[in-house]
Write a protein that binds this ligand. Structure first.
Ligand SMILES: [Zn+2]
Length: 299
């Protein structure tokens, strides 16, 4: 009995300390940048030196496939949860669930990569800046230290970018997610594949460059993994359909512990493979409710 008590006490102490049981991380920081409405064609046709840098330093695909419908919420949620729409229950851009999710965690959220990170790393810094406010409903935001929605997401707005740069420099987060909405605005406003659209792709590419620079200024660059991922593409003035312009999206990853040299990912990739891939950087457990697979991008 005494032995059992000592074991229970020791286990409780280990759990309470958190860090005592921490797993080895492949990198100390993940900077995950979500590029809303970025078409693979847009990357091909625009000047994108910073996207190219991430792709050429690490691994990438332009053919990561959306879940359906090819709209924002289902695809962001698939990336966050590692699961398909039928499981997490968000079929459109509503803030609430469209139908009953197959699981809910203690905060009444479907388990995201952020939830899992928090569960295993109670003291780690985790932040989110999102130009589209609805994302705060999808990330299990209560497990974040910092969540910010800029007052504007107009094309050229730098508020979210400036907040991001300041936050990275001040807090050096272990896990950070930024969603930039501006490319999608350009698509809806001027047509996906218009000159204005491609100019906005280049503008946002510059923002990514500034964020990479911010990690250098913060002294964490060498210990970062950078992830670029688009939720859906677009055609004419919209998206939601089943053309490849809408359904094929970019994924690029580079940094510490990631295979180098601009390897094209030839394995199949779905949106719900993003969460397990990010989870692998931190060696997180794989929740039973996930269905995606970590991509073969690690050294
Ligand atoms: Zn979107």
């Amino acid at each position: 009995m005494l032995k059992k008590l000592i074991f229970v006490a020791a286990s409780a102490l280990l759990v309470a300390c958190g860090g005592e049981t921490a797993k080895e991380w492949r990198a100390q920081h993940v900077i995950f940048i979500g590029l809303d409405g970025l078409t693979s064609l847009g990357v091909e046709k625009s000047e994108t030196p910073n996207f190219d840098f991430v792709m050429q330093q690490g691994c990438y695909t332009m053919e990561k496939r959306t879940v359906l419908p090819s709209v924002s919420a289902p695809n962001w949620c698939a990336m966050f949860t590692g699961a398909p729409v039928e499981m997490f229950g968000r079929h459109d851009n509503s803030e609430g669930y469209c139908f009953k999710p197959l699981m809910l965690n203690e905060r009444k959220e479907f388990q995201t990569v952020f939830s899992q990170f928090r569960k295993e790393n109670p003291d780690a810094e985790m932040g989110c800046v999102t130009e589209w406010g609805n994302i705060t409903c999808y990330i299990d935001s209560c497990c974040f230290n910092f969540v910010n929605v800029p007052s504007s997401s107009d094309i050229g707005c730098r508020e979210g970018l400036e907040t991001t740069i300041q936050y990275i420099k001040d807090k050096k987060p272990a896990m950070f997610f930024l969603q930039i909405d501006q490319i999608d605005h350009a698509g809806h406003g001027t047509r996906y594949d218009s000159e204005e659209y491609n100019k906005t792709v280049t503008l946002v590419d510059g923002m990514v460059g500034e964020i990479i620079q911010a990690t250098k200024d913060a002294g964490i660059y060498d210990d970062c993994v950078f992830v670029l991922s688009s939720d859906h593409g677009g055609i004419e003035f919209g998206h939601g359909g089943i053309t490849m312009n809408e359904m094929e999206t970019m994924f690029a990853i580079c940094g510490k512990g990631i295979k180098k040299g601009g390897q094209k990912i030839t394995d199949t990739m779905m949106q719900f493979d993003v969460a397990p891939t990010i989870a692998k950087v931190f060696n997180l457990d794989y929740p039973q409710c996930w269905r995606g697979q970590a991509m073969d991008v690690f050294e």
